[in-house]
Design a protein around this ligand. Sequence first.
Ligand SMILES: Cc1cc2nc3c(=O)[nH]c(=O)nc-3n(C[C@H](O)[C@H](O)[C@H](O)COP(=O)(O)O)c2cc1C
Length: 197
Amino acid sequence: MVANSTLEFLKTRRSVLARNMTEPGPSADGLRDILSAATRVPDHGKLAPWRLVVLQDEARTSLGQIGADALFAKEDEKRVDAYATSAAQFLRAPCVIAVLACPKTHPKIPRSEMILSAGAVCMTLLTAAQSLGFAAQWLTGDVAYEPAVLKALGGQSGDEIAGFIYIGTPAQAPSERARPALDDVVHFGLPNLSSGQ
Ligand SMILES: Cc1cc2nc3c(=O)[nH]c(=O)nc-3n(C[C@H](O)[C@H](O)[C@H](O)COP(=O)(O)O)c2cc1C
């Protein structure tokens, strides 16, 4: 049995729901450490095809209102409660980091690889924050697909929001979450060869 503290952490870490987060978020130094870890992800061609926008304080309110305005503009009837909940969504945590995938045109490197690299940024933000004892969760929600929200975050045409990483202090510990059985998702050898080669 091989074991070390990093592996043990990865095998047991859990996200805390954003609604179960409270103050404080990371300090400025802690946040820099989390951001530094997350911008070391594998990145084919050193393109850095992502941007990170840190939302704290008033920026969370402003982006929430932009998102709610965009979402509810499509509805005939204004649902006051739903609008207020949507507009306040980024206030659930003291710190929210928006990760934008910003794929570039490249002769050899496919767009999908750049999107995957942005996903790696999200996962590393999540694990780095959790490794420091913070509550963290990777969310998208309907707002992530609103062009007005992308624009407010400085995104350009062709960019995508890979996720919002919520970071705070756990107000309550999460329970365990069911995970797939290894045998259901892992195959040793080529699946269509019975010899397992
Ligand atoms: C790209 C992406 C977007 C997600 N968006 C949401 C979301 O909008 N709402 C939600 O409840 N969970 C969402 N999740 C799921 C949670 O981030 C997470 O999987 C769940 O809280 C369990 O976390 P854990 O496996 O880290 O414990 C998303 C996950 C990913 C990878």
